[in-house]
Design a protein around this ligand. Structure first.
Ligand code: ADE
Length: 278
């Protein structure tokens, strides 16, 4: 996969050279090119921003450097498949949610360009002009506002990069992730343990040392259900009841949840107590 990142702070992207993603780049699974947006400015001050039309606080990124940057980068297509158009990813708090499913979708593309906005964002015309030529994904990490897209790019490239074939040492480790499609979709991963068996007076759940793989898988599933109920109960509504066996249903019942009208919901008694209390 080729990744181009356009930013006014190229040094912000240095962590992409480290650890999992850095090693993937060394092994040429990934090719990451970072570009300084200011190389596509033409004035002495290398200006990339201006005040917003219509007034208001802050500054807006000018369209010309972005247009020229995208022209220059797309003028060098992939040597192995010159017909492939890149996908432009624009991190912004106004975008659609960046999810594990979106990471998996983007991991299938062979070329991504990330545009790091700063200030109040990028002039809309630059995004629209890009969308005439390539798919554009405006994506948000979450309901909070960062100072710019650089940190979001670090997050997205790591989430996407670890899904590429050959990046993770163990092909199964992505399969059991929280949010991964499959048996753990819409469930958080439960707790994990390693040696020593005793640490500061604390042991390890006995089942994990039993060698009974069926029982361990069941215990992990119960822990995942319990953690999801405790930390992200809104995710339970996304569970397809068809994927819940009788043991899942018994665990959920013990946690105050049940399948009702084809959905996972709080048991009626718990709902009643909640409503009385509020
Ligand atoms: N840029 C600023 N805030 C952001 C967010 N929440 N997600 C993605 N990009 C951003």
């Amino acid at each position: 996969m080729r990744i181009d990142v356009v930013t006014i702070f190229p040094e912000y992207l240095a962590p992409l050279g480290v650890s999992l993603i850095g090693k993937a780049a060394e092994r040429r699974v990934l090719e990451i090119r970072t570009h300084d947006l200011r190389q596509w400015t033409s004035d002495v001050h290398r200006t990339v921003d201006d005040s917003p039309y219509g007034g208001g606080p802050g500054m807006v990124m000018k369209p010309e450097p972005w247009g020229d940057a995208l022209d220059a980068i797309t003028a060098n297509p992939l040597p192995e498949s010159p017909e492939v158009a890149p996908t432009l990813v624009v991190p912004t708090p106004s975008g659609r949610p960046f999810t594990q499913a979106k990471a998996a979708e983007l991991a299938e593309r062979s070329w991504l360009i990330f545009a790091c906005g700063r200030y109040e964002g990028i002039d809309r015309r630059a995004i629209e002009a890009a969308a005439d030529r390539m798919p554009v994904e405006e994506l948000s990490l979450g309901d909070y506002v960062l100072a710019g897209g650089e940190v979001a790019v670090l997050v997205m490239v790591e989430a996407i990069g670890r899904l590429l074939p050959g990046v993770l040492g163990n092909a199964d480790s992505a399969r059991d992730d929280s949010f991964a499609a499959g048996p753990m979709e819409s469930l958080l991963e439960g707790p994990v343990y390693t040696k020593p068996a005793q640490w500061r007076g604390r042991g390890v759940p006995e089942i994990l040392t039993s060698g009974n793989h069926g029982a361990i898988a069941r215990w992990r599933r119960d822990q995942a259900l319990a953690r999801t109920v405790a930390n992200r109960p809104e995710l339970l509504a996304r569970l397809d009841p068809v994927t819940l066996d009788k043991y899942d249903r018994a665990t959920l019942a013990g946690l105050g949840w049940e399948v009702r009208d084809g959905r996972v919901e709080r048991t009626e008694a718990e709902d009643f107590v909640d409503k009385q209390g509020s």
